[in-house]
Ligand binder design. Structure first.
Ligand code: AMP
Ligand code: MG
Length: 299
């Protein structure tokens, strides 16, 4: 199954989230059954991230957006379980600091965007500025409504500078969210994740849905597509996202760069070093065996 085709938001096409089933798992029936595929994608990602880093000419930006408890943190953990920490990082977008708020809304996104060879995950992103900011009327409509075009221009600029951009909206149902809130309540290891805002934001589900539908429609582009991922089943969410990331990376033409030294020259240096080392070793053995003989004769 090509999940990129299945879940992509066609540029400019109206999105109706209530028509997308958050329980979808396709032909897969269980986590156990999907496991070999998931494993395969993680292994491919690991190989390609090594190439991305070595190649050093391109970068990858993965944007995660969703309502509370939809699994953004889980996706970060999942994707990174298959990658080397070197060359990868995650940036979480919280309420803007004083310094961030003093700049334009794309300033912090730009600062944390991946450099060449890097893979960066945005856990929330510059999209908060057309989501929470819109829903809570933190700026006027005249301000946020202009941001969709600004975001598209920004992402186009990143893309033309060698950054592949993949954006995922994790789609869960209100009852799944509530059951995850219950887990947070019942499991002491999850208590720390609870915030008052979880419940007040939940009350604004219809407003968030509207804001998400507009953002998905207006900012899904060929150079920075949005994917709506059915996310009630965590394992399916992980399967779909790891497949889309792996498929995308495999099309980036990543390859090992040629050596930047004269290989013949280095080979002869290696052999010289090898001979020297062997000489040292045999010298050491001579000394050791003399020592041994001495101590034996003493005994
Ligand atoms: P969490 O992801 O649960 O750690 O929460 C981060 C919080 O910061 C969420 O409630 C976001 O909506 C909020 N946040 C992120 N970016 C912005 C922004 N630009 N303006 C206002 N709130 C934001
Ligand atoms: Mg939260």
């Amino acid at each position: 199954m090509d999940y990129r085709k299945k879940f992509v938001v066609e540029p400019g096409k109206k999105v109706h989230l209530n028509k997308i089933d958050p329980l979808y798992t396709g032909k897969h029936e269980s986590h156990a059954q999907a496991m070999p595929k998931i494993q395969e994608h993680l292994e491919n990602m690991d190989k390609m991230q090594y190439l991305l880093y070595a190649d050093g000419g391109q970068s990858l930006l993965v944007v995660l957006q969703a309502l509370d408890a939809a699994g953004k943190d889980g996706v970060v953990r999942h994707l990174f379980s298959g990658m080397n920490p070197q060359g990868t990082s995650v940036f979480g977008f919280k309420q803007p600091s004083k310094e961030e708020a003093a700049h334009d809304f794309l300033w912090r996104a730009h600062q944390h965007a991946p450099g060449k060879g890097e893979l960066v995950i945005f856990n929330r992103s510059h999209y908060e500025d057309v989501l929470v900011v819109r829903v809570h009327k933190l700026v006027e409509k005249g301000v946020w409504s202009k941001r969709y075009d600004l975001i598209n221009d920004f992402e186009k600029m990143l893309s033309s500078n060698g950054t592949r951009i993949l954006k995922f909206f994790l789609h869960i149902s209100p009852d799944e969210q509530l059951s995850r809130f219950k887990q947070r309540l019942d499991d002491p290891a999850r208590n720390w994740k609870i915030s008052d805002a979880d419940y007040s934001e939940r009350e604004l589900w219809p407003e968030y849905t509207q804001a998400y539908e507009d953002a998905l429609e207006l900012t899904s582009t060929p150079y920075a597509p949005w994917y709506v991922i059915p996310a009630n089943h965590k394992w399916f969410r992980n399967l779909a996202i790891s497949e889309i990331v792996a498929d995308t990376m495999s099309e980036m033409g990543l390859k090992l760069p040629p050596a930047h030294v004269d290989m013949e020259d280095i080979r002869s240096k290696y052999h010289a070093a090898e001979e020297k080392q062997a000489g040292k070793k045999s010298g050491k053995i001579d000394v050791e065996s003399k020592k041994n003989k001495k101590s034996k004769s003493k005994a």
